[in-house]
Design a protein. Structure first.
Length: 270
């Protein structure tokens, strides 16, 4: 190190020691360029107590590159701030700050997210994914990619992937995969395949519910997995108003008795 003129030798020694310490630590505290968790992360799901909650599209966290800046984000409806302390690449500590106070529909997700995003959290970074884990094993799964917009209920070709009974869901019977496809048109008609026979029907969408009118179908005799799937879907579509929910490209239809289906969407033009 070159000694500047007119500086006392003791001061020069002190500056030399400070520079060496900064190099050994990898930079000033708070910048942590190798931490890897700074940036905007879009929440995919929360898992706690054996239950997984799917995140609404607006749920996200922005982790600052420096501890001198606050973390910001959205719990799913209300915005929030927080203080973040980085503990090397493997952990962070979050101290919640302020939050807005809007009345929100999905209060369960907001409550759980706010509870999990506090205290010491271990960090697992995998490519474009980041998982934060609490001491009891609960997790916040996030992605660097923003969530895809929800597909529209109408004008989307829905392929049935699972059948729901109460709280349990099972894949469609083996041998009938991708056989049941239906589309609800904007003009109030529905058509597609029940797994074996083609069908058409009227369809009425009122808020979160959709109702199907009497089904008109072809008359092929259907046996085995295809016949089993067709019988389930015929009963479901004729059971009265169904509650519908779309998250990304996934549609859930649920009847009053808890039976329903899960379908994956694609553009009706595809």
């Amino acid at each position: 190190m070159r000694t500047p003129r007119h500086l006392p030798a003791a001061l020069v020694a002190l500056l030399t020691l400070a520079a060496a310490t900064a190099c050994a630590d990898g930079g000033p505290r708070g910048t942590l360029p190798a931490h890897g968790s700074a940036g905007t992360w879009f929440v995919q799901s929360l898992t706690t107590g054996g239950k997984t909650l799917t995140a609404p599209p607006v749920a996200r966290v922005h982790l600052p590159p420096s501890e001198s800046d606050q973390a910001t984000g959205n719990y799913g409806c209300n915005g929030f701030t927080a203080e973040v302390t980085y503990e090397g690449p493997g952990a962070i500590t979050v101290k919640p700050g302020s939050t807005t106070a809007m009345a929100c529909e999905n209060t369960e997700f907001e409550t759980v997210f706010a509870k999990l995003l506090t205290g010491r959290l271990t960090v697992d970074r995998q490519a474009n994914a980041l998982t934060l884990k609490t001491a009891d094993g609960s997790t916040i799964a996030m992605s660097a990619e923003p969530p895809a917009p929800d597909a529209p209920l109408t004008a989307t070709a829905w392929t049935v992937t699972s059948l729901v009974s109460g709280r349990s869901a099972a894949s469609v019977p083996a041998g009938a995969t991708a056989k049941a496809v239906f589309t609800i048109a904007p003009d109030g008609s529905a058509s597609g395949s029940l797994g074996c026979n083609r069908f058409s029907a009227g369809a009425s969408v009122e808020g979160p519910r959709v109702s199907f009118g009497p089904l008109t179908s072809t008359r092929m005799a259907c046996q085995g997995p295809e016949g089993e799937l067709e019988a389930r879907l015929t009963a479901l579509f004729g059971s009265g108003p169904l509650t519908w929910k779309v998250r990304g490209d996934t549609l859930t239809l649920t009847a009053a008795d808890g039976n329903g289906l899960v379908a994956r969407g694609a553009s009706a033009a595809e």
